[in-house]
Ligand binder design. Structure first.
Ligand code: GAZ
Length: 263
């Protein structure tokens, strides 16, 4: 039986989780990663496999079963490649990790809702709501993992879940001028984020790549959708993001053209 295949989008945070886990296990080469261009309609063979679902990543097992949802796929990979373990084995420690994992949904959604917002009057409220999310993470870490930098002794499960989101939120820094303030309310989460982002197993994307590819998100168009007046999505694979200029930071009063984005 052959190994698993993952269908993915390279810059997608949920897909990056799988790459980080495999890289921590030294098993990246044992999974066949196939890139799907999200700016084109999904190939028919893929939609048939997923029975109409379009969100990626999707894992196909060696014997042809389909598994969706990044957190479920992570657990499957942890089961088929048990060594070295990444999830905590002690039941209480695993529960702590799982409680933190449960916070990823609202945290991620808050950042995406803010970056996609087009109404300048909502910015202050969105900033406050985002800060609230960081504060909740800070409180959790102070209670369960006061020392740090990681939740347990090494970069592990919760770090895999959150690091791709911390990296995507570079777009909030660039397009919304957001910085996590100094001070005790965010100090522990700040320390966690810095350690997560610096970890060698999590270097699949760069800040420049995130900022350039997510320009259309900052203008309100998610998932490879096309903005009015544009023929190409900033999520396109070509031209390579390295060859494109930095997008304008002002998302509220200016809309860049394909040419200005180097597309
Ligand atoms: N819950 C799924 C998982 O695997 O964890 C989410 C997968 C997902 O949304 N994948 C996106 C996709 O394939 C690409 S990454 N979309 C195409 C489609 O046809 O569905 C993140 C958000 C968000 C919106 C977008 C994204 C994102 O919240 O980066 O929140 C974290 C998409 C509004």
């Amino acid at each position: 039986m052959s190994g698993p295949t993952v269908y993915h989008i390279p810059v997608c945070p949920f897909c990056q989780r799988l790459e980080i886990l495999l890289s921590l296990k030294g098993r990246r080469q044992e999974v066949d990663f196939r890139v799907i261009d999200i700016t084109r309609p999904r190939p028919e063979w893929l939609v048939r496999k997923t029975r109409g679902a379009t969100a990626l990543p999707v894992l196909e097992t060696g014997d042809g079963h389909i598994i969706r949802e990044s957190l479920v796929i992570l657990a499957y990979l942890e089961d088929i490649f048990p060594e070295p373990p990444v999830a905590q084995r002690d039941p209480y420690r695993r529960a702590v990790e799982n409680m933190l994992t449960m916070m990823e949904g609202v945290f991620g959604t808050q950042g995406y809702v803010w970056v996609m917002n087009q109404d300048p009057d909502r910015r202050d409220a969105l900033r406050a709501a985002m800060l609230k999310q960081y504060e909740r993470l800070n409180e959790f870490l102070v209670e369960h993992a006061p020392r740090g930098p990681f939740v347990f002794d090494a970069f592990g499960w919760a770090e895999i879940v959150f690091t791709p989101l911390f990296m995507r939120f570079w777009f909030l820094e660039y397009y919304e001028d957001f910085r996590l303030p100094d001070g005790p309310r965010y100090a522990r989460v700040h320390q966690w984020i810095d350690a997560c982002i610096a970890h060698p197993a999590a270097q699949q994307v760069t800040r420049e790549e995130v900022i350039k590819l997510y320009y259309d998100y900052a203008k309100g168009a998610g998932n490879g959708e096309l903005l009015p007046g544009r023929n190409r999505s900033s999520f396109a694979f070509e031209p390579d993001w390295r060859l494109r200029p930095w997008p304008p930071r002002d998302k509220y009063t200016y809309s860049a053209t394909d040419a200005e984005l180097g597309l």
